[in-house]
Write a protein that binds this ligand. Structure first.
Ligand code: RUQ
Ligand code: CUA
Ligand code: CA
Length: 631
């Protein structure tokens, strides 16, 4: 039995703790016994009591596992990061829109197939969200936006690799992104932020009245745009309901401005709400147009359309967050001290013609403080709103805010907590799902100022971990991070642990095209080490097994187009090899049972050593061979 399946079996049997961890930690013996009997193990973070008193709640002792995966946006680094929560330890980085020399993202043929031709140097990744089924995380995919280059990407959770990236037409800058919760994802919804001429081909350059943007629904299974909705204003953030009927987006430029004064002139902007079934029906009936240069149905959802409603809300609203009880959608005011609470049920009544005024769907508009940006939920009826300007998080009770809006004298504010400093998003554990468990809250603070050792003018962000399990919020940890995480999800490990592979499967679609090409060449990747020449194209096939490559050397001619394909035939988990070709700017990861390939022009004659870049064996340094390039 391979180490991998052994570990997975152990992991199932002990509710997530492999034998390695169990045997090394005698204090856990009792827990494991209970786990074997009952199939469930409670998480050990709090039980690490030491002689000097109880350990802090976020303490995860050496060798033990975090209770949550933190799925972290990497902002303008273009990558996604995974942290363990509550320890805040960074576990891995997943390159998405960026290039990455560690694994060869942007270098290997497999990654280039995902990135596409002429891929840009990077991206600006704000919003990661996991796919759901019936309002619960299902561990299939994580979807992310790229604000910089108007793209959306999908990450496969089993291998934690980006497997699709698509361009979104008819807008510029994808900002907000969320997934359909019911019955499943389904649609991935995203907000086109900047308005541009349709098509944006040089026409109407200085005629802002002809600038537009669109709301986009992507089919998350095929990663094709399903439909788009033409809207008024600039879309910002979005979130969907728990019934699969509606999706809302904040919309901040009702003025149609093109500069700061223009964006802020009016006291009100909108939340736009989209009627999914009505839009689907319109698309089916052909009530759409196609904008030259794209092949996507675009329905008209501007003012007056039956497919949308525009709810006037105070000024330049930003965050858009659905409460996990399935009842409300909350828009945060940003330039207004308020948040607006709207009822999905009333939204349904409005679309059914039972309510006349779009404001009739508003059930509360509580005052928070200065600069409300985003709201999270604990599943116990409380909401947590970040105040960018006040550097605070406000805990407030939703039902009490509704009572206050209806004229009752109740205080809906539960607590205001100082955070350091200038929070943008916050996120509660499982808080965007039916499983909201109200244990942890993360505040993603844009400024760290004086809280860490100085490291130059560019300061790290400061992500703070807050215990929300009791009556009062308590900050328990600071986590400096490379800028700039925008958003995160806190996902209980039970969703993912058994879905994440420790070793590649040989028929993984991620490298299927490479395998198919080898087959055409009559090569058996697991055993063959050979060089095939077709004119000026040279295909080099070899295996890697610690501590050797299958070929000690191969010879090509200057100017040849060389494709090197390596299959790691090691089967043990964690036994990754690398392939770095000296002075060619090439490196790639080849993890156990993976096939990776790279294509380049052999433009530098001479001897070029290639060596393994992952420390795989006592003879790792000796794991190297030669490429000989004839002049
Ligand atoms: S946004 S800091 Cu890009 Cu999510 Cu609000
Ligand atoms: Cu193979 Cu180091
Ligand atoms: Ca405005």
């Amino acid at each position: 039995m391979s180490d991998n399946s052994e570990d997975q079996k152990q992991s199932r049997e002990t509710g997530g703790l492999s034998r390695r961890h169990v045997l090394g930690t005698s204090a856990l013996a009792g827990v494991v016994g209970a786990g074997l009997a009952g199939g469930l193990v409670s998480v050990p973070s709090a039980q690490a009591a030491s002689s000097s008193g109880p350990a802090p709640k976020d303490f995860v002792p050496p060798g033990q596992l975090d209770e949550y995966y933190g799925i972290w946006s990497g902002g303008q680094s273009g990558e996604l990061r995974i942290l363990g929560i509550p320890s805040m330890r960074e576990l891995v980085r997943i390159p998405v829109f960026n290039t990455d020399f560690t694994i060869g993202w942007g270098i290997t043929n497999e990654s280039k197939r995902v990135l596409g031709a002429n891929f840009p140097a990077g991206g600006d990744l704000h919003h990661p969200h996991m796919s759901m089924t019936h309002g619960r995380y299902d561990g299939r995919y994580i979807f992310v936006n790229d604000k910089a280059c108007t793209r959306v990407a999908r990450i496969r959770c089993d291998i934690m690799r980006t497997d699709k990236i698509i361009n979104i037409p008819n807008t510029q800058s994808i900002h907000g992104l969320r997934v359909q919760r019911e019955p499943r994802t389904g649609y991935v919804f995203c907000c086109g932020e900047f308005r541009v001429p349709h098509p944006n081909d040089g026409r109407d350059l200085n005629d802002p009245s002809k600038y537009f943007t669109v709301f986009t629904a992507i089919d998350g299974d095929t990663m094709k745009v399903a439909w788009q909705v033409l809207v008024d204003g600039n879309l910002d953030n979005t979130d969907a309901d728990y019934d699969g009927k509606y999706v809302a987006a904040t919309c901040y430029n009702s003025e149609g401005g093109v500069n700061l004064a223009g964006f802020m002139r009016d006291e009100r902007d909108w939340v736009v709400i989209f009627d999914i079934k009505a839009i689907e029906a319109a698309v089916r009936k052909g009530q759409y147009k196609k904008i030259p240069g794209s092949d996507v149905p675009v329905v008209d959802g501007r003012h007056g359309s039956k497919l949308t409603m525009y709810v006037p809300v105070p000024k330049n609203p930003h965050g858009c967050n659905a409460s996990p009880d399935g009842k409300y959608i909350v828009a945060s005011g940003k330039l207004s001290p308020t948040v607006t609470v709207m009822s999905w049920k009333k939204i349904g009544e409005y679309f059914a013609g039972k309510l006349k005024n779009p404001r009739d769907i508003v059930v509360a508009e509580p005052e928070m403080g200065l600069g409300p940006l985003h709201t999270a939920f604990d599943g116990r009826g409380n909401a947590y709103t970040t105040l960018f300007i006040d550097s605070q998080i406000v805990k407030w009770n939703v039902e009490d805010a509704i009572k206050a809006y209806n004229g009752q004298k109740v205080n809906y504010i539960r607590q205001k907590l100082d955070v350091a400093y200038q929070p943008g998003h916050n996120h509660a554990s499982m808080g965007e799902t039916r499983d909201a468990d109200g244990k942890w809250l993360i505040s993603l603070n844009k400024f760290s100022k004086d809280r860490f050792l100085p490291v130059g003018p560019l300061h790290p962000d400061n992500d703070q971990l807050i215990d929300i399990s009791g009556d009062q919020m308590k900050i328990v940890a600071d986590g400096p991070v490379y800028c700039e995480p925008h958003d995160c999800n806190l996902i209980h490990r039970r969703v993912l642990m058994d879905k994440v592979k420790r070793v590649w499967s040989r028929n993984d679609p991620f490298f299927a095209e490479t395998v198919a090409l080898a087959k055409k060449h009559g090569v058996k990747l697991e055993t063959d080490n050979k060089v095939i020449r077709q004119g000026k194209k040279v295909f080099v096939y070899m295996t890697s097994a610690a501590p050797t490559y299958g070929l000690e050397q191969f010879t090509v001619k200057k100017g040849d187009e060389v494709t090197i394909t390596i299959t790691n035939v090691d089967t043990i988990q964690d036994l990754t090899h690398g392939f770095c070709l000296a002075n060619y700017g090439i490196n790639m990861e080849i993890s156990p049972q993976q096939t990776s390939s790279v294509t380049f022009i052999a433009d530098k004659p001479g001897v070029h050593w290639f060596y393994c870049t992952f420390f795989c064996h006592a003879l790792h340094l000796e794991m190297r061979s030669r490429m000989l390039v004839e002049a």
